[in-house]
Write a protein of this length. Sequence first.
Length: 245
Amino acid sequence: MGTAGDDGVPAPSLTPAERSLVRVSAALAAGSEDALRSALAEAAHIADPVEVEEALLQSYLFLGYPAALAALAVWREVSPAPPADAGPDDWPGWARRGAALCRRVYSTQYRELRDSVRRLHPEMERWMVVEGYGKVLARPGLAPVAREYCIVALLAVADAGPQLYSHLRGGLNLGAPPDALAETLAAAARFMDDARSEAARATLRRVLSRRDGGRREERDGVQPGGGSGRDRHAGEAVGPGGEEE
């Protein structure tokens, strides 16, 4: 939550539109059409239709085409807004903007991520950057940090621990306040059981603890990670489709 107001109640860190998109993403991951329909009906009155569609479109990277197509079908029933026209293919441009966004999300571990995924399979490394980050996550219509809120909610409900760790850290790298990430998990909690919700909160605590520990080491003149410069849990960092770092 944000800074407390005059009444002492913490102010929300997410905007109403962001919160509605988080609920849509969480409901989509939960696999309940009724929950998704309800979340989309709410979002239709709060969020920009383009933002809703971007949240649904990006979900195929994490849940696959069947779930994304089913969600878009429900959205067409809920919203009178027609879909936007398809944009032109721009593979060189997608490669450039994908690399730029991926570097922002992974920060100092960007090169290690690409090298590690390339060792798994060079095509996966290329698809991660060009398709995942360039063609999809760097699209206009939804701000990168808002995309991360949606992805965090989706991954928490899907119980995808390593990917959740990665995107919580990526959200911080994009400037998301810790309170906003905590609020994202709280909004998604209604779509998962208590054990899964607590696991997601524990992952956020771990991310914040390691970030704060690295800052303390830097202030003390010690290289984070005991001299290697590498997060000892870097193996938990993954790309948009679940590629391990």
